[in-house]
Design a binder for this molecule. Structure first.
Ligand code: GDP
Length: 497
């Protein structure tokens, strides 16, 4: 069991809100809260997982010591009542509900008290100040979760999932991280490590004690086991790209000749749900990232500022910039003007999209259509070669002006990128770079074992690489993770979590 000092933090946001939650965790959490809480019961007399109504008082204010103010706890249970008149109302800071969760059955595995007070920032800071004065200290970012991890209640993959759940922006991102929080990844990793350990132990025993453990036929069995594990790891690795797309959004570039309707398409994408516009730390102020949420898929739109500089400025943006955007994109929305015949500009743009995932929008379907769909399809077929997954170019008709085609577009994007939905429940989606790297190393180690088997190298060669895979997988759950690296991970968390 991890035992540290007692920490406290505001768990809700640092903006005024109806209710604010202050969390206190550690060996002295209950004692410290007892000193500033006055209710019918003392915090130390409360059963675990119960709540009590009362007041936070400043024990420093004259005549307000909660110890003196507590009523006889055997007094009949009645509805919430006014603070005991034995202490002056001057010392009362807020009317609160406290919630007690005793070790080890709490988020942190330690004694934890949550104070539900009113959500004013000044007020919450004042309560926090009292807790500190009575012996708690401000928690570091992620320290509550770190204690849950050090207390052995969750592994590192679950701890990381906590932040992913908080930061999830879409249904898909949420379900992927909730799965991880539930321990799906932990279990998968644990069973792989167990299998590796079994194999290693068997080899070692056989080498030590050949009379009782036979290695005859073991190579084949090990080969099968390694193949199985390898497929398993590769499957998780493959889900990474998808996981990233789920979490960070599909980087989408809207490309097309001037006046085709790019900015109208952009507006159509942004229309229904408010776009999130964030300043990215460390970049210039005008580098804004814009996102569109489209029936559960998140699109991270590239260079929307460029698109908005339409008409006269569009020429100035230049080919280089467009190429750069195309390169950076996971998805290209190629906007073709349906009201004009296909021209050289369109063809030149199409050629520049070779190898990318492209959805072509024949826009302005509300106008008489002048573009030849067949000709467009022919041109698009030429760039399909690198995208073997499909035989036909993906073409939709839209009217950005009238908001037509949004649903069809969303459905098509989902089909292209989120096979994860097809992965179904319980399927693991890796969305964390750290996990991906560890899986990659594990997969490399397993393939070295496979090589050793194929080259009929002696058994002790296998154990080195098996153990390397074992170590790599342990990084994900935290078992083989160095303390300083664990600290670094928690430092990325938000305050109060
Ligand atoms: P961009 O230069 O590619 O960004 O094109 P814009 O989005 O600025 O659109 C160019 C012109 O086409 C504007 O006058 C739009 O109102 C018009 N436009 C865009 N989409 C449609 C559409 O779906 N139907 C019609 N009728 N006009 C459209």
């Amino acid at each position: 069991m991890y035992s540290g000092d007692t920490i406290c933090a505001i768990a809700t946001g640092m903006a005024g809100s109806g209710i604010g939650v202050i969390r206190v965790s550690g060996d002295r959490a209950i004692e410290i809260c007892d000193r500033i809480f006055v209710g019918k019961k003392r915090v130390s007399e409360m059963e675990t997982f119960t709540a009590a109504y009362g007041h936070i008082v400043d024990p420093g204010a004259a005549g307000t010591a909660p110890d003196a103010a507590h009523k006889d706890s055997s007094a009949a249970d009645t509805a919430p009542e006014e603070p005991n008149n034995k202490y002056s109302k001057k010392g009362v800071i807020d009317e609160v509900i406290v919630l007690v969760m005793k070790a080890p059955h709490s988020y942190t595995t330690e004694d934890t008290v949550e104070i539900d007070c009113h959500g004013g920032v000044f007020l919450m800071e004042k309560v926090l100040g009292l807790l500190i004065r009575e012996g708690a200290r401000i928690a570091e970012p992620g320290e509550f979760t770190k204690r849950a991890y050090l207390g052995g209640r969750i592994d590192m993959s679950e701890a990381e999932a906590v932040m992913d759940v908080i930061n999830a922006e879409t249904e898909n991102a949420l379900s992927a991280s909730v799965g991880q929080l539930r321990g799906d990844l932990k279990e998968r990793i644990a069973s792989l490590r167990e299998e590796i350990l079994y194999n290693t132990a068997y080899i070692e025993s056989a080498l030590d004690d050949p009379e009782n453990y036979s290695l005859e036929g073991f190579r084949e069995k090990l080969g099968e086991s390694v193949d199985r594990m390898s497929i398993n790891v590769k499957d998780m690795l493959q889900s990474f790209d998808e996981g990233r797309l789920v979490k960070e959004g599909i980087r989408t570039a809207i490309i097309g000749k001037p006046n085709a309707g790019k900015s109208s398409v952009l507006n159509m994408l942004l229309r229904e749900e408010r776009a999130i516009v964030t300043d990215v730390a460390g970049t210039t102020r005008d580098t804004l990232e814009e996102y569109a949420r489209l029936s559960g898929v998140l699109l991270k739109l590239i260079d929307t500022a460029g698109i908005r500089e339409t008409d006269d400025k569009v020429e100035k943006i230049g080919v280089d910039k467009a190429e750069e955007n195309i390169k950076a994109a996971d998805l290209i929305l190629f906007v073709a003007d349906g009201a004009r015949p296909l021209d050289e500009d369109d063809k030149r743009i199409i050629r520049s999209l070779a190898g990318k995932k492209v959805i072509t929008l024949i826009n302005k379907e509300d106008l008489p259509i002048a573009i030849s769909r067949d000709e467009l399809e022919e041109e698009l077929k030429n760039i399909l070669s690198d995208d073997k997954a499909i035989e036909k170019p993906r073409i939709l008709t839209t009217s950005a002006k009238e908001g037509q085609g949004r649903e069809e577009l969303a459905a098509l994007i989902k089909e292209m990128f989120l096979t994860g939905e097809a992965r179904g429940n319980g399927q693991i989606v890796i969305s964390n770079e750290r996990h991906k790297n560890a899986l990659f190393d594990a997969e490399q180690a397993l393939s070295r074992v496979k090589d050793s088997i194929e080259n009929e190298l002696p058994e002790d060669f296998y154990t080195i690489d098996l153990m390397a895979a074992y170590e790599s997988l342990g990084l994900i759950t935290g078992e083989t993770l160095a303390d300083d690296l664990a600290d670094k991970i928690f430092a990325e968390f938000c305050m109060g979590k």
